[in-house]
Design a protein around this ligand. Structure first.
Ligand SMILES: NC(=O)c1ccc[n+]([C@@H]2O[C@H](COP(=O)([O-])OP(=O)(O)OC[C@H]3O[C@@H](n4cnc5c(N)ncnc54)[C@H](O)[C@@H]3O)[C@@H](O)[C@H]2O)c1
Ligand SMILES: [Zn+2]
Length: 355
């Protein structure tokens, strides 16, 4: 089940090396219209890609659907893809989710690799083996657990990414920083490093180092529990409140990016962790400040509380009708399958609004 995670310094070189060794009988490259324009040129010179057949799909999550995937299957069929062919997914989470599932389902599964080009894709979607498409208005309704053969991590792709998408992905890095091991000062990748990152003057080399450490936190958790029977739920930290905020923002027609909702959700769930498990208040306030400074506030008032609780009740992570949270005792010490009373949820929302 293990995926090879390749930390790139010169992606053409690392990719060439991999393709020489892997030696597929055909190479297919999936991009969306943006990554085709902005990212393909970075790997175009790889010799083995000269004969690759390229499929370009429309960008955006609304196209992560059965119509698009059937075009991909069609293309693979018409161009003679076999079980020994390789699909390369070059794009954000939309491309790696859809391409991963196209590969997992074509002829019962052909190998694929991911080259994530968004920060959210790199830190989350491209790693961990969850692939799929939206169906019937439901997110990721159809899909499969199917790990990529390899994932190539190169932060220099993010230079063309807008600030909001960069921050959106960074929220998942903050989550991994909380879930990961406590690090000594000077060791790369600890929470202190994550909280110290300067978004006004982005250092992509430093981002690449932090990102690689962050990806390894997810990879370690996924290896322990690939199909989310237990500890993989740790990765849901921030996502119970986060999904409720995200849904509310869509209902209001003022959508926030997924990672922004997760950043707000992390503050809330660390407050709940403080209530239930004695999570350090000073660290909670430090993270709340980081989120407020970089992500701003999510506007709602106490009239929205019942609606938010209702949204949490409908979260697909729930079991036995109870709202399910992942909480923390301390950095690196997680407690899954936690619940909270409506009063505690309201108190948490008060804290979030007032901080
Ligand atoms: N499989 C998983 O475990 C998992 C985890 C998290 C998210 N996801 C999925 O990931 C998707 C969201 O990922 P995303 O935010 O990467 O979305 P995305 O792939 O739609 O990318 C966002 C936008 O950025 C553009 N883009 C991509 N790379 C770029 C670059 N380098 N420069 C400029 N623009 C670029 C894309 O064309 C798109 O318009 C959702 O479908 C979500 O369900 C999956
Ligand atoms: Zn997420």
């Amino acid at each position: 089940m293990a995926q090879q995670i390749v930390r790139c310094t010169h992606i053409e070189r690392e990719l060439s090396c991999f393709l020489e060794q892997f030696n597929p009988d055909g190479i297919f490259l999936l991009t969306d219209e943006n990554t085709d324009k902005l990212c393909f040129s970075r790997i175009q010179s790889v010799t083995k890609l000269q004969f690759a057949k390229k499929i370009v799909i429309a960008a955006g999550d609304e196209n992560k659907n059965v119509e698009t995937i059937s075009k991909v299957w069609q293309f693979l069929t018409e161009n003679g893809a076999s079980r020994k062919s390789l699909l390369i997914n070059l794009g954000g989470g939309m491309v790696t989710d859809l391409g991963g599932f196209a590969a997992a389902s074509f002829k019962r599964g052909i190998p694929f690799i991911n080259i994530p080009t968004t920060l959210l894709g790199a830190v989350d979607a491209a790693v961990g083996g969850k692939t799929g498409i939206n169906f019937n208005g439901l997110k990721n309704e159809i899909g499969a657990f199917a790990p990529a053969v390899a994932v190539f991590i190169d932060a220099s792709f993010f230079q063309t990414l807008d600030h909001a998408n960069l921050l959106s992905g960074y929220a998942e890095m903050l989550k991994h920083g909380l879930l990961g091991e406590v690090r000594e000062v000077g060791e790369v990748g600890g929470l202190t490093d994550v909280l110290g990152f300067d978004f006004d003057d982005v250092d992509y080399k430093k981002l690449n180092d932090l990102l690689f450490e962050s990806v390894m936190v997810k990879e370690r958790i996924v290896l322990e529990d690939p199909t989310e029977q237990g500890i993989r739920k740790a990765l849901n930290l921030g996502h119970t409140f986060g999904h409720a905020f995200e849904s509310l923002s869509y209902q209001r027609k003022r959508p926030v990016l997924h990672g922004y909702a997760v950043a707000y959700g992390l503050v809330c769930e660390l407050y709940l962790s403080f209530l239930h498990l004695n999570f350090d208040k000073k660290l909670l306030l430090q993270i709340a400040r980081f989120v407020k400074e970089n992500y701003g506030k999510f506007a709602f008032d106490c009239n929205d509380y019942p609606q938010l609780v209702e949204l949490m009740r409908h979260d697909k992570k729930n079991e036995n009708g109870q709202v399910n949270f992942t909480l923390m005792h301390a950095v690196g010490v997680v407690e899954i399958n936690q619940t909270a009373t409506v009063e505690e949820i309201f108190e948490t929302l008060d804290f979030f609004r007032e901080y």
